[in-house]
Design a protein around this ligand. Sequence first.
Ligand SMILES: [Zn+2]
Length: 399
Amino acid sequence: MRRIDLSNFQVATSETARDINRRIVLNLIRTHQPISRADLARHSGLQRSTVSVIAEQLIKERWITEGANGHTPRGRRPRFLHLNKERVGIIGINVRPGTTTLALADLDANFLSQDSLSTPQDPKQFLTELVPRVQKLMDSRTELTCEGIGVSLPGRVDLATKQIVFAPNLGWRDFDLKTPLEEATGLSVELENAANSCALSEICFGRRAEGLRNLVIVTVSEGIGCGLILNHQLVQGSTGTAGEFGHAALIQDGLECSCGNRGCWEMYASNLAAVRYYSQASRGRQSATAEKTISFDHLLQLAGQGDSKAVEALEQMARYLGLGIAPLVAGLAPDMIVIVGEVTRAWHRVGPIIKDTIRRHSFTRAETQIVPSDPITQPRLRGTIALVLLKHFGAPAIA
Ligand SMILES: [Zn+2]
């Protein structure tokens, strides 16, 4: 149930109905392609003539094309419709503190080509290095019309100003990435937090997307972020910063965090935390300031080889992951929580500990599934494609 916001509504016009039907048809084509007009009419309940009008419009705008003739037992052979993968491209950019990955994707979110660069500490320098690479990707497939650019960030973007306002692991603050990137490329740019991007990727392209209504994504990397989909809708909060559970204090008077607070969840359950546990155990001291000596990848490798200190570090990380997820399960009762990050490579080890900790710390009867994401799907990057596509494929904002 959702009340009508009387300070921000759109009254329904005949255009509203057309827009809704068009989006339904476009989504049906995406999920059922190749599909005939007759089947579209059957699936949507729309008149055959309405489907034809919408299809013609979508063909004209190059979102879909007509393919080979289909086969029916008798009568006219229908021409199948499918998304125009060969015509429309989307640029996705996944920014992380170490490496930024770029990709050119088609309408089905298949990556056609990828590139990467080291992420400079200075955001202006980042722009200087990024723009020619975006141009190169666009030029690599000149037959594609680029529809836009989606950017996933380890931080939050202000809803009103579209500036990056909170990215402690990047060290960028109040920086406008959108305007200069739009000016340099001539494309519209959508920015979103990495966890939110992953959430959009899961509901748009995920294997388990069908029927998924309430979803929480927990991205575990240098920090921890959460993306919330409640009732099919991305939760952004009043300013766009919703989901920062990673910076909610889990431990009173705990370790100092890059956000300026103490005892944040991510200080105990992120990749950096696991590396710190390992360093402390290796040095035989409890100092919280032990510098990281190995990468998280290396730690996973050591744990895989049976190194007991590495195993214990991962298990400690898993316990804290469970401890932070438990209130999300109890408080939101989502259908599913998907954990994204390198740690899922050791799911056989960390998964049972995470689930057991959640079970012991949340006493509601929520039937929440706790699952790892499939790293092959590159959810952070794929979510950037969803960001651009949802402008055309997402539910329209009404009332
Ligand atoms: Zn913090």
